[in-house]
Design a protein around this ligand. Structure first.
Ligand SMILES: NC(=O)c1ccc[n+]([C@@H]2O[C@H](COP(=O)([O-])OP(=O)(O)OC[C@H]3O[C@@H](n4cnc5c(N)ncnc54)[C@H](O)[C@@H]3O)[C@@H](O)[C@H]2O)c1
Length: 325
């Protein structure tokens, strides 16, 4: 009997081409199909006989997973796998893989860019110059960064890289992460109240969990220095955005640099967007041409590994190995 050709379905991706994935999976002569639909019926129809799935944003629900007859791996382009029902995948013997560290350099540099952008009034000056206004006092008062304290909320891969890079700017680093003990003589581990009260800049780099959801609410924002800036390149919902709006408008804190919002894209009448003491970027911290290529390559390689009978670089549900199909 002829062996059936291996089929890999990319449920969705906003990349201009899937040539990288096709090239990598050509090693096993796989047919790679890009669906680009978020309709459950379409996904079920095309994935039911797929051997592997690559996914970006569309939810891979229990219902979809249950309908998969051959699939042994679902790999997500990116870090978070909250759009995949990992429990169901485990139950049905499907490995879930991700690429957790493809953009550590980009996001940490982006956080630093927002810190320095706030500290040096860069965005405000830029808009003033474009309004034909010229003068350093337009962004007064600005303060020296050297010797100031940067508080890192979440000292994982990205938080640690932010710390490492910030030391070059003469910032003192404190960090709060209940799951990390002292790891570096240049970083002082503190509790959350101390992080809030001592920091001149807070960089949020924690993962979004039930525990970190709305960690920055009224009490926390009021506990920060009035001169402090809040930088968020992690996930919008770690901050209570409505309270943040009040904090920025009423100047409980000096400003913010936000790459992530609770709702993305935002409602364009969200009043937060009108404040001039906030710098926004459109959840772009992860992006560079290099990180993009790395992400696509490593996602496809994760699928290739599993279809070749090997383990992927990172496996979200190692328990599945005891019950693999
Ligand atoms: N803006 C972007 O484009 C972009 C890109 C990649 C990642 N991210 C986000 O950046 C964040 C960090 O990513 P990472 O790869 O460094 O993740 P990571 O898992 O390496 O680090 C997250 C850290 O958060 C810590 N943490 C968990 N609960 C905490 C709590 N209650 N208080 C303080 N710390 C807590 C964990 O212990 C861990 O050290 C994540 O939220 C991720 O989703 C954003």
């Amino acid at each position: 009997m002829l062996k059936k050709q291996i089929k890999v379905v990319i449920t969705d991706c906003d990349h201009p081409s899937i040539e990288i994935e096709r090239k990598i999976l050509s090693e096993i002569n796989a047919e790679v199909i890009l669906l680009n639909s978020n309709k459950k019926e379409d996904i079920i129809k095309i994935t039911k006989d797929a051997d592997g799935i690559i996914n970006q944003r569309v939810p891979i629900t229990r219902g979809i997973i249950k309908s998969l007859n051959r699939c042994i791996v679902i790999a997500r382009y990116g870090v978070g796998v909250d759009n995949i029902d990992v429990k169901a995948a485990t139950k049905y013997g499907i490995i879930v893989a991700n690429v957790p560290d493809y953009c550590v350099d980009e996001v940490s540099s982006h956080a630093l860019g927002l810190i320095l952008g706030c500290a040096r009034g860069i965005v405000l000056f830029n808009s003033k110059v474009k309004e034909k206004r010229w003068g350093f006092s337009l962004a007064k008062p600005l303060f020296r960064t050297q010797g100031k304290t940067l508080g890192i909320f979440g000292l994982g891969r990205i938080g640690s890289a932010v710390a490492k890079k910030s030391i070059w700017f003469g910032l003192k680093i404190i960090a709060c992460d209940p799951y990390v003990s002292k790891i570096n003589t240049k970083i002082k581990m503190v509790d959350f109240p101390q992080l809030l009260s001592e920091s001149d800049f807070i960089s949020i780099n924690a993962s979004l969990t039930d525990e970190t959801w709305h960690s920055f609410g009224e009490d926390e924002l009021r506990a920060m220095k009035k001169s402090a800036y809040l930088i968020n390149t992690a996930r919008g919902a770690i901050v209570d955005e409505k309270i943040l709006y009040n904090a920025l408008r009423e100047r409980w804190i000096a400003g913010a640099g936000l790459d992530v919002l609770e709702k993305e894209p935002p409602d364009w009448d969200n009043p937060l967007l009108k404040l001039d003491n906030v710098i926004f970027t459109p959840h772009s911290a992860f992006y560079s041409e290099e990180s993009y290529i790395e992400l696509k390559t490593r996602t496809a390689k994760a699928v290739l590994s599993v279809l070749n009978g090997k383990l992927p670089e990172t496996i979200i549900n190692p328990q599945v190995l005891n019950r693999k199909k």
